[in-house]
Write a protein that binds this ligand. Structure first.
Ligand code: ADP
Ligand code: MG
Length: 250
C-alpha cells in the first residue's frame, strides 16, 4: 500500500470510459490538491461532465484509477459504498432539482437528517448558517417556485454543502440561468473557493475560471489537451484550438 502523504484529494490516472462503442474518455490524468479549485473547459461533448460523474461514482470507467481521499472510486463494489462516497463529494448540476413542495430550509435539512442522521435542530442550525453563506437568509421559509433561478441554484449549493463534503463538483451551474442572476451564483462559488473548499468546476464562464482557478484544464474529444495556470491557458499557450475556444467565449 502506498502510504505516501500528499496534498492530492482527487487523482485520475489513465481513465478510459466508453458508452457502448463510443469512447468518451481516452486516457484522463488529473490531480486536484486539497483546497484548490480546478476548472474544466472545452467544447460540448468533450467529456467534461463524464469526468465529474466518474469522480462521484455515477459512472465507472473501464480502465484506469480514480482515488478520492484515499478511496479507489473505480473499484467500489456496492451501492452502499457508492452512497458513502457521494456523502463526501458534493455535486451541483445545471438543473437544481429542488423539491418543490418543501421550503428552502427543508430542502437543505432533508439529506443531513435522512442520510447522515443529524438531529433536526442541529441540521436546521447548519442550514441557516449555509443560507447566510449563500446570501438567502430571508428565504428560509419560501418555496422553490417563489425564487429566481439564481436563488434556486444558491439553495442547491447550500444543500450540497449541508452534507459537509470534502470537495464539491460544479457542472455548468450557471448555464441555464438568466444572465442577470449568473453573477450572484458565481459570487457564492467565489466565496466558497476563497474559504478553501476544494472545487472542480465545469464552466463556460471564462473570466470567472481565470479569476478563481488554481489550474485550468482544456478537454477535447475525451482527452486533456492542455493543463496549466489560468495565465498559461488564457494568455500564454500558443494552441490555436484553445485560442479559438477561449476567444469565442470570453
Ligand atoms: P461535455 O460535458 O463535455 O459536454 P459529456 O461528458 O456530457 O460532454 O459527454 C461526452 C460524450 O459522451 C458525448 O458524446 C455524449 O453524447 C456521450 N455520453 C454522455 N453520457 C452518455 C451516456 N449515458 N450514454 C451514451 N453516451 C453518453
Ligand atoms: Mg457537460
Amino acid at each position: 500500500m502506498n502510504m505516501k502523504t500528499d496534498d492530492a484529494i482527487v487523482r485520475l490516472e489513465d481513465v478510459h470510459l466508453s458508452f457502448g462503442q463510443t469512447e468518451v474518455l481516452r486516457g484522463i490524468d488529473l490531480t486536484v490538491d486539497r483546497g484548490n479549485a480546478v476548472s474544466i473547459i472545452g467544447p460540448s461533448g468533450s467529456g467534461k461532465s463524464t469526468i465529474l460523474r466518474c469522480i462521484n461514482a455515477l459512472v465507472t470507467p473501464q480502465r484506469g484509477r480514480i482515488t478520492v481521499g484515499g478511496t479507489r472510486v473505480d473499484q467500489l463494489a456496492t451501492e452502499s459504498e457508492r452512497i458513502a462516497l457521494r456523502k463526501r463529494v458534493g455535486i451541483v448540476f445545471q438543473q437544481y432539482n429542488l423539491f418543490p413542495h418543501l421550503t428552502v430550509l427543508d430542502n437543505i435539512v432533508l439529506a443531513p437528517t435522512r442520510i447522515l442522521g443529524v438531529a433536526q435542530g442541529e441540521a436546521e442550525k447548519l442550514a441557516r448558517e449555509l443560507l447566510e453563506k449563500v446570501r438567502l437568509s430571508e428565504k428560509a421559509g419560501a418555496y422553490p417556485g417563489q425564487l429566481s433561478g439564481g436563488q434556486q441554484q444558491r439553495v442547491a449549493i447550500a444543500r450540497a454543502l449541508a452534507m459537509r463534503p470534502e470537495l464539491v463538483l460544479f457542472d455548468e451551474v450557471t448555464s441555464a440561468l438568466d444572465p442577470e442572476t449568473v453573477g450572484e451564483v458565481l459570487a457564492v462559488i467565489r466565496d466558497l473557493i476563497r474559504d478553501g473548499m476544494t472545487s472542480i468546476l465545469v464552466t463556460h464562464e471564462m473570466r470567472f475560471a481565470e479569476e478563481i482557478s488554481d489550474t485550468v484544464v482544456f478537454t477535447e474529444n475525451g482527452r486533456i489537451v492542455a493543463q496549466g495556470s489560468p495565465d498559461e491557458i488564457f494568455h500564454t499557450f500558443d494552441n490555436p484550438r484553445i485560442r479559438q475556444f477561449v476567444g469565442g467565449l470570453s
